[in-house]
Design a protein. Structure first.
Ligand code: HEC
Length: 91
């Protein structure tokens, strides 16, 4: 039984995609992990993909979420704003 469990686990690990979550709308990039951790506390982090903002716009939106109660350090919010500005620039 133990052996079966171990091999099932290793199969799952091998089959796992490079990204550890299902947020397909969020492109890979530096800061993505921080963004998912901080921005998934209240709603899906994928709602960010509906926006196309410049760097100042993302900074303002992230500040707004911090005011909503998002839990993160200033450095983390900065990282998130930069990730989002790169991932979802103005159209
Ligand atoms: C403490 C809860 C909370 C956290 C954490 C949070 N949000 Fe939100 N978010 C909200 C609420 C409440 C709304 C809807 C009201 C509003 O727009 O402020 C919202 C709305 C949004 C919207 C839609 C805004 C619009 O105008 O359509 C986006 C985009 C968004 N959040 C992005 C983020 C990002 C990026 C993060 C991470 C920095 C984040 N949220 C973290 C509570 C949160």
């Amino acid at each position: 039984m133990k052996l079966v469990l171990v091999s099932a686990l290793s199969l799952m690990t091998m089959a796992a995609p490079a990204l550890a979550d299902d947020f397909k709308l969020l492109p890979d990039g530096p800061g993505r992990d921080v963004m998912v951790r901080v921005c998934a506390q209240c709603h899906s982090p994928e709602i960010a993909a509906q926006q196309s903002l410049d760097a100042a716009g993302w900074k303002a939106l992230v500040d707004q979420m911090a005011n909503n109660g998002a839990n993160g350090t200033d450095a983390e919010f900065d990282t998130i704003a930069k990730y989002l500005a790169g991932a979802f620039p103005p159209k």
